[in-house]
Design a protein around this ligand. Sequence first.
Ligand code: Z5A
Length: 228
Amino acid sequence: MLDVPNHRSAKFITFEGGEGVGKSTQVKRLLANLGQCSVTAVRTREPGGTPKAEAIRSYILQGRSESWGAGAEAVLFAAARLDHVTQLIAPNLAKGTWVISDRFCDSTRAYQGLTGGVDVKLIDALEVLALDGHVPDLTIVLDMDPATAFQRVELRAIEDGLALTGDRFEKEELDWHRRLRDGFLDIARNNPQRCVVLSAEQSEEALAAAIWNVVIARFPQLQVGAGA
Ligand code: Z5A
């Protein structure tokens, strides 16, 4: 279990869940709501967020590390995370800027650990190394049936006029995605102080309002009145 820190004035919030559940959409909406409260915040993502971490992202998502096995890939995700934490997350939090990340360490635990079969001791060790104490203050886990989430991803591809090629994780079978969903729910159950699970099977607006209610309840220093 990751202990939630409470000493920072700026907060670190992460979004987790399977593909197409609406993480990116809700990260943007939360940023807009924080802006209305005059909170300075940056949006980032994993894998990625810094030039070096983005280079690792392209390498992994193109499938170039797949043959290395899930353990080595967990190490690659951790290397990207270490750069992300030291170059972007820690400096922003230190200067009072909130950080909102689309995925973070729970994705390694769910994808490479609980679904990919990597030993929990390696996942734990990598987490300590890469986070360097920067545990999220709040993690929103967006939960929905993967089949419905895929319909959204398909629709997005049609709307964008793109072929649905999918990265290597999106190509996994539906059963695999159902195990992944259970993995995220397990993580939330094991970290009840940090994680809040919300159903993503509601309208974008309703979900944004539900997230905002969680955020203002968790961080009462925010000026209520703005938002969603
Ligand atoms: N990965 C890993 O294995 N280990 C790790 O440690 C880390 C990551 C950090 C990164 O993918 C991959 O890396 C990921 C896990 C692995 N696997 N995959 N695939 P990514 O960042 O490229 O993609 P993603 O995280 O899976 O996100 P996504 O596909 O972009 O989905 P999303 O951000 O959750 O959803 P969205 O883009 O906001 O919304 C999807 C569509 O639905 C879009 O058209 C929206 O307009 C629509 N939408 C959003 N909300 C709604 C609602 N409420 N109703 C209806 N439609 C909606």
